[in-house]
Design a protein around this ligand. Structure first.
Ligand SMILES: Nc1ncnc2c1ncn2[C@@H]1O[C@H](COP(=O)(O)OP(=O)(O)O)[C@@H](O)[C@H]1O
Ligand SMILES: [Mg+2]
Length: 561
């Protein structure tokens, strides 16, 4: 592959050893005979060189990056291409990165100030030269033995985007989930304020010891940046002075316009907050307000903001499937409503042993050209733009509740509920968070995909809190078929039993259906009956059960990696 071996020459540099590997590149220590010095060489993925877009932009962008000259930006000495290998040559810095430094223990306020000041100054300088970093994270802040920071990898993310026609055409996501700005996560255009956000996350992490948004999958993290309220840093660090917290909250505003407009402004506000903190700590006891009230400041209060659904869809109840589909064209979430449990569900046999429980590889930390995904639809159910159909009945309801979509039934029933736009998708990954409100162990819930037009043909996959699962095919007029476990329910030990919430995931494409829980594969099957179609959610009251109460949140559809 791209691995270079010790002793091998790359241009005029002799490879000594591999020092690191990130999501999109490999870094080597090498020797430059002409200067009698060691250098670091960043080798980009080989396939990049084959992209004409990349070749055209590499020279141009690399030159701009190499021109950056600042005490806290790692100098780029050279760049080039040799036998299809594209590389940057940089100063070699042994000591480590801000990532490893933070992992080794909490930082004092003085240390944070020193590091943050250097980072903000370096960033301000680059912005003044028209370069947005786009992948600011502690792993890209090298730290020398004196504790000085050197920012690296400026503009590399943008350069890599140019390598893929798919990316330039569709604005795919680049960046690292834990540090990604909401606008970058939404694949919107970014400016320097996107870097301000990422720097804000780094500051948050330096102050509290952890990043604000953590989840089981990179996609879930991305979605949190887009729609979850920021957990105030004082929740983690109780004694955090309020002026400092205010600075962090402003840098991490979801809307770029609400953040600091420049790195200089961010730095000035930080210094002022430090001054305020110092002067107040010299006087009377801590003036800060109680953590609870401050938490309330930025944690949204869903109940208060709850609005009734914009569309009344109660009249969908009881309609025929075909009629419902007619409504869906008008943008209403389709309801397939059935007063009887479907035939396949009437006598499920539970197999005592899991059929497939192998753990998948962990998600990679960085989204790179090889595993880039495009976000096709996200919905946090706050009803900002996407409104699913609702249903209000004594025994059956689907309603917005606390910025989530809650489905309830107090009879034996099931809901299959499609996305509002009823858009067709092909080769996709879907995720949704599910909370089983009443704790009923038999309630089945999950995702459907490749729903065919005007009939009950689709795939669905899901599980129960007690660990039974199925990946199934529904076809109009036919009994459903479980594609997993010989048409029987299976049991998985990957599903945490009776958890308070589950991140349900599904891959649907290239003839393969895969069901996930919390980023781990439960099972995977191949079937080619439907290759594209609608997407939705489902709930079933369950085997020998007559009620269900499930809440769905943070729904996302992306392309497959
Ligand atoms: N100039 C350098 N000198 C020494 N080590 C470096 C240098 N640049 C990068 N590294 C090391 O190589 C690793 C991989 O770098 P990179 O490919 O940029 O991935 P990432 O930034 O995601 O960690 C870094 O985490 C760092 O430990
Ligand atoms: Mg890096």
């Amino acid at each position: 592959m791209d691995t270079l071996i010790p002793g091998q020459m790359l241009g005029s540099y002799r490879i000594i050893s591999q020092v690191g590997k990130g999501g999109m590149a490999t870094v080597y220590k090498a020797y430059q005979p002409s200067m009698d010095r060691n250098v670091a060489i960043k080798v980009l993925p080989r396939q990049l060189a084959e992209s004409p877009e990349f070749a055209a932009r590499f020279q141009q962008e690399a030159r701009i990056i190499a021109r950056l000259e600042h005490p806290h930006i790692l100098p780029v000495f050279d760049f080039g291409e040799s036998n299809g290998v594209t590389y940057f040559v940089m100063r070699y810095l042994e000591a480590g990165t801000l990532k490893t430094k933070m992992e080794s223990g909490p930082l004092s306020l003085d240390e944070i100030d020193r590091l943050f000041t250097q980072l903000a100054e370096a960033l301000g300088y680059a912005h003044a030269h028209g370069i947005i970093h786009r992948d600011l994270k502690p792993a890209n802040a090298l730290v020398d033995e004196h504790g000085n920071v050197f920012l690296t990898d400026f503009g590399i993310a943008k350069l890599l985007e140019s390598a893929s026609p798919r990316l330039t055409q569709t604005d795919a996501i680049m960046g690292t989930p834990a540090y990604i700005s909401p606008e970058q996560a939404k694949a919107e255009s970014v400016d320097r304020r996107s870097d301000i956000y990422s720097l804000g996350i780094i500051l948050y992490e330096m102050v509290t010891g952890s990043v604000p948004f953590v989840a089981d999958t990179p996609l879930a993290v991305i979605l949190k940046h887009i729609s979850d309220p920021l957990p105030p840093p004082s929740i983690i660090k109780r004694d955090l002075p309020e002026p400092i917290e205010r600075v962090i909250l402003k840098a991490l505003a979801k809307e770029p316009a609400d953040r600091y407009a420049s790195a200089e402004e961010f730095l000035t506000a930080w210094k002022r907050a430090l001054d305020e903190t110092e002067s107040s700590s010299q006087g009377a006891p801590e003036p800060k307000s109680a953590p609870a009230s401050r938490a309330g400041m930025s944690v949204s209060t869903p109940a208060a903001s709850h609005q009734p659904a914009r569309r009344q869809t109660g009249w969908v109840v009881g309609c025929l499937v075909v009629a419902c589909l007619g409504f869906s064209v008008a943008g209403i979430g389709i309801l397939f409503f059935n007063w009887q449990a479907p035939a396949f569900l009437s006598s499920p046999t539970i197999t005592p042993f899991p059929t497939f429980t192998s753990a998948p590889p962990l998600p990679t930390e960085t989204l790179t050209p090889s595993n880039i995904v495009e976000t096709l639809l996200t919905d946090d159910f706050s009803q900002n733009d996407v409104v699913w159909g609702t249903l209000t009945e004594p025994d059956n309801s689907v309603e917005y509740d606390g910025e989530a979509l809650r489905m309830r039934m107090s009879v034996d029933n099931w809901f299959v509920w499609s996305t509002p736009n009823n858009e067709k998708y092909e080769n996709i990954h879907i995720e949704v968070t599910v909370v089983n409100n009443d704790g009923a162990p038999n309630t089945a819930f999950g995702i459907l995909c490749n729903q065919q037009e005007a009939d009950e043909s689709y795939y669905y996959m899901g599980f129960t809190p007690s660990g039974e699962y199925a990946i199934a095919k529904s076809e109009t007029g036919e009994t459903d078929i479980f594609l997993t476990n010989d048409d029987q329910w299976a049991v998985s030990n990957v599903v945490p039993q009776n958890a308070s919430s589950y991140r349900v995931g599904a891959d649907c494409g290239n003839g393969i259906l895969t069901l996930y829980v919390n980023g781990q594969v439960i099972d995977s099957v191949s079937d080619n009956s439907y290759t594209s179609g609608g997407v939705g959610l489902f709930v079933w009251s369950g085997f020998e059960a007559t009620s269900a109460d499930v809440t769905f949140d943070d729904f996302i559809i992306t392309t497959l990696e």
